[in-house]
Design a binder for this molecule. Structure first.
Ligand code: AMP
Length: 172
């Protein structure tokens, strides 16, 4: 993991002043780091019977797809409004400035599914909290939550219901 950490690029003042953006493109472009990420993510869920991985637009699509492939599970995108073509369910949530909405296809998850929801970075947890609520409303057997990076100081776990198993590969 130290190797992967060494490949994360900090970008100051992106997308706005005062934010230190954890850029994972420098991890994904490095074959060894990408391999470690894929292996370590999948090891967390190997024996859990996962049937679907939900990836959050857009950076969560990358790790989420790799995780789904490694687990032999299906992949489900959670997208910004208006991007998904068929019937959707949606959830609005508060962001630092104003509100945002996230959607998934209504038929994407069933009551038989065991789901991992994946995003690249846990910051305030607002986005993951909203996607969790969406997936929960579809009544799957079990929901796990996973990130590559967790920004611990922002206490994003507070936005994810207690008792949910949350994992992250790198903590800052
Ligand atoms: P959150 O505040 O947890 O709802 O984060 C919103 C989204 O923005 C997540 O999907 C993260 O991928 C992304 N994000 C927030 N803060 C950062 C950061 N410092 N570095 C990289 N991505 C971030």
């Amino acid at each position: 993991m130290e190797y992967v950490k060494s490949k994360v690029r900090d970008v100051n003042d992106f997308p706005q002043k005062g934010i230190v953006f954890k850029d994972l493109t420098t991890v994904f472009k490095d074959p060894r780091a990408l391999h470690i990420i894929g292996w370590d993510l999948s090891q967390l869920y190997r024996d859990k019977g996962v049937t679907k991985v939900v990836g959050i637009e857009s950076r969560g699509f990358i790790g989420g797809s790799i995780l789904a492939f490694e687990l032999g599970a299906g992949f489900v995108p959670a997208r910004k409004p208006g991007k998904l073509p068929a019937d959707t369910v949606s959830c609005s949530y508060d962001k630092e400035y104003g509100k945002d909405t996230i959607e998934i296809h209504r038929d994407a998850i069933t009551e038989d599914d065991i789901v991992v929801i994946h995003d690249d970075v846990l910051a305030t947890g607002g986005t993951m909290g909203a996607v969790y609520n969406l997936v929960k409303s579809m009544n799957p057997k079990k929901i796990y939550v996973n990130f590559i990076i967790e920004l611990s100081a922002l206490n994003g776990r507070a936005n994810i219901p207690e008792g949910v198993e949350v994992t992250s590969l790198l903590q800052y």
